[in-house]
Design a protein. Sequence first.
Length: 206
Amino acid sequence: MGLGHKVCRRCTGIKVIIMYIIVGLGNPTDKYQATRHNIGWDAITRISDDYGISLDMKKHKAICGKGMIAGERVVLAQPITYMNLSGESVRELMDFYKVSPEEVIVIYDDISLEVGQLRLRTKGSAGGHNGIKSIISHMGTDEFPRIKVGVGDKPKGWDLADYVLSRFGENEQETMREALKDTSDAVKSILTNGIDAAMNQYNKKK
């Protein structure tokens, strides 16, 4: 069964999903703004701008906004737990809005992808990403849709923590602006066409 429909919890048959939670991972405070590790946060800001959804609530350990994308009700969320505890916020959001893992779309950085490259998945391990590790732990499953945004592999001799907390170079900034637009468009594609169609469209190597 593809994303977009699910079995009703109280009866048999098909029920259209009535809400999605779209989560962008990152760290709070100005210190971490615009760093590679915060590309998920930046994606939520871009989606907020594109669809006129104000991020005007602070609840469930996140900065949140409610609105519509392509006729679908959504909650946008930027967890403020710091990356390693992202699952606490996601779990609270899921419990409050009574959604299942397939209704949560997580956006985050991936150093194994070239700068600006997207990779959509329906499930998968944390791959060393502590934010995803926390979400899997609190969800109890790794089966949830995600959009990985490439931030490039760390240069030789760099410490990994220093690299993901660094900012993009001037030669990378235009590529990342395009990647954020693509991410926003990919979310709309998931909501309107389903995750499989979105993967076919956005998983092509640039």
